[in-house]
Design a protein around this ligand. Structure first.
Ligand code: SF4
Length: 334
């Protein structure tokens, strides 16, 4: 698709300005001296005028070659701020789509073509329209882990770190919260508004059991248990803290405690250890491995993706503009 030149940078600039509010939560910047097929990552990126972004759940090898490692929204904002033509988003499809929503003038590449998100797939636009018709006075808040189509159908987007603040900022008293039911219930505990949860969940976080907490508490009684709010309400209640990936990283870095049991995807351990080398981190459950996140299996995939400029992520323009509104409204509030 050819974009009219004068219009698109405005979206990118606006997104970058809005994203400025996330500066207090900077994604981690990595080094680039790793060799890829005899050439440094820095050299390859220069040749393609590219930026490499890696989600916190990517394998360590991928995190090491990225310009930035962070959560999906932080990285989409980095893409919007960047003056690079090409963004390689090592993560899953909804993340690369969010980057495209904020930066339509850029080429957004997703190295693993099949990397989706079962949670995002749980929400269907037609179903959402039906639920909206049942609650005509309700606002729709979509978690960033949703497709561009669902974002376009929503009033405002949120992340796990700002979900309660976003909900509480709205005038409406009824909120349809899509697609994560566990996150919706966690937010319901932090607001007086009526939350109508979509019954989707992340199969990875949802498989953490209360017995995992009991087992790990016995094994490391001095350790604090930090979980993601995509976990079940019982697991959240039994943990010491529920927070986004960025919140978990920040909390463990600033805490006086020395040992932590982590209830989110195992890839985060690499960054936790990097940020707090003197502390110890243990994974709460062996099931905390997202197969979609592991589809970006090695650095050669990143190189091939750059060289072939594929798979490229595109978002239909009318959907993108509506989705941009939902994302930018969130960025104006937080
Ligand atoms: S960890 Fe869960 S929410 Fe995140 S990409 Fe995997 S399936 Fe989706």
């Amino acid at each position: 698709m050819v974009y009219p030149k004068p219009v698109w940078p405005i979206f990118g600039e606006l997104a970058a300005i809005l994203c400025g509010v996330l500066e207090s939560n900077k994604p981690f910047k990595t080094g680039n001296s790793v060799l890829l097929g005899g050439e440094t990552v820095e050299g390859i990126k220069r040749r393609y005028n590219a930026l490499i972004l890696a989600h916190n759940y990517q394998i360590p090898e991928i995190q090491e070659i990225a310009d930035y490692v962070g959560d999906s929204l932080e990285l989409s904002c980095k893409a919007a701020e960047s003056n690079k033509d090409v963004i390689v988003f090592c993560g899953v499809k909804f993340m690369a789509e969010t980057a495209k929503i904020l930066s339509p003038e850029k080429t957004i590449l997703l190295p693993a073509a099949g990397a989706g998100c079962p949670l995002a797939d749980k929400a269907d636009v037609e179903e959402l329209r039906k639920v909206k018709s049942l609650y005509p006075g309700a606002a729709v808040v979509c978690y960033v882990n949703s497709s561009a189509e669902i974002k376009a159908e929503s009033d405002i987007c949120c992340t796990s770190s700002n979900a309660a603040a976003i909900v509480n900022s709205l005038e409406e008293e009824e909120i349809i919260f899509v697609p994560d039911g566990n996150l919706a219930r966690w937010v319901a505990g932090q607001t007086d508004k009526k939350i109508i949860p979509w019954e989707g969940n992340c199969p990875i976080h949802n498989r953490v059991l209360i017995s995992d907490i009991h087992r790990m508490k016995k094994a490391a009684p001095d350790a604090e248990i930090l979980v993601h709010p995509e976990c079940s309400p019982e697991v959240i209640d039994a943990a010491d803290l529920a927070a986004s990936t960025s919140g978990i990283i920040r909390y463990s870095r600033e805490s006086d405690k020395k040992r932590f049991i982590i209830g989110t995807e195992v890839g985060i351990l690499h960054r936790l250890q990097e940020q707090s080398p003197e502390k110890e981190f243990f994974i709460l459950s062996p099931g905390l491995v997202c197969p979609d996140m592991k589809l970006t299996a090695d650095v050669d995939m990143v190189r091939n993706c750059l060289e072939n400029k594929t798979p490229e992520i595109d978002v239909q323009e009318d959907i993108r503009v509506k989705a941009f509104n939902a994302v930018s409204k969130m960025l104006e509030i937080i």
